[in-house]
Design a protein around this ligand. Sequence first.
Ligand code: NAD
Length: 297
Amino acid sequence: MSDAATTNIERVVVIGAGAMGTGIAQVFAAAGKRVTLVDVRPEGLEAAIASLSSVLSRQVTKGKMTAESVEALLGRITTSTDLSEAANSADFAIEAVFERLDIKLDLIAQLDRALSVEAIIASNTSSLSITRLAAASTNPERVIGMHFFNPAPLMPLVEVVRGLQTSDRTAEVVTALAKAIGKTPIPVNDAPGFAGNRILLPMINEAIFALSEGVADRNAIDQVMKLGMGHPMGPLQLADLIGLDVCLDILEVLHRDFGDDRYRPAPLLRQMVSAGWLGKKRGRGFYHYDAGDLPVE
Ligand SMILES: NC(=O)c1ccc[n+]([C@@H]2O[C@H](COP(=O)([O-])OP(=O)(O)OC[C@H]3O[C@@H](n4cnc5c(N)ncnc54)[C@H](O)[C@@H]3O)[C@@H](O)[C@H]2O)c1
């Protein structure tokens, strides 16, 4: 399919103004789309815009963007707490709300009512069944997985996940759309965790088991994987970047849906989530953070 398939997609609604939704909104706006970023929490929307402004002004300081292009990009993003109104005029919706099946099913049913019949509904879910999510729509052939990686503006990969009901047209449009916004779409089948997280999360979980069993300390585990395996970031630091609550949610899905104990979340991961030590976004996970991207301790 030519990129003509995506020319109809000009107005995008992104639901969930957390780490992923904010990055996805930036990617679409950078590609010239008009974006409405929706969240139930007004303070989440304010924080998202503040974080985008600060990330983009750093790009200006580094000489990678001009002040005018940043202003134009930000001018293409509006925010709303009213999903129905935002979805009303959108050609394409992508949800990046919490990794909880009940929340996503409810949201997809709401989107189904609010969007025009041609509009596509994509989910950025890390692990949940697209087939199950599509069943919440009265028009399930328009539902698809479009799985960005963190941080969305930097990582080239998008897993394109077809549910059982997803139409060829939906898959073709989303594949062309991913290319049009500068990403590399990779088709994967609808299985728990798809390809990326099915491989990544057991590695992160094993690193947490190794830490809690005293095999090595935090820095040593991350250094082993960086220096020995060529990973750009160790698994514990990566878990902090992803969010420890998100890691736990994904492992719960893998454990439940495969019915295999090899995916059982490490007890230390559960404890840290219970303590509210969710990683970089909360300033504390396996490492401590201040306002920057890198651990301070
Ligand atoms: N964190 C990652 O590295 C990563 C990578 C790829 C995919 N994902 C997936 O992306 C999704 C979001 O992850 P995140 O890390 O951005 O989460 P997050 O916790 O940072 O943000 C989620 C946002 O969704 C909002 N929200 C919750 N319910 C809502 C609703 N009904 N309507 C509107 N907004 C709602 C919350 O207020 C919050 O701002 C999850 O499905 C996650 O699995 C995460």
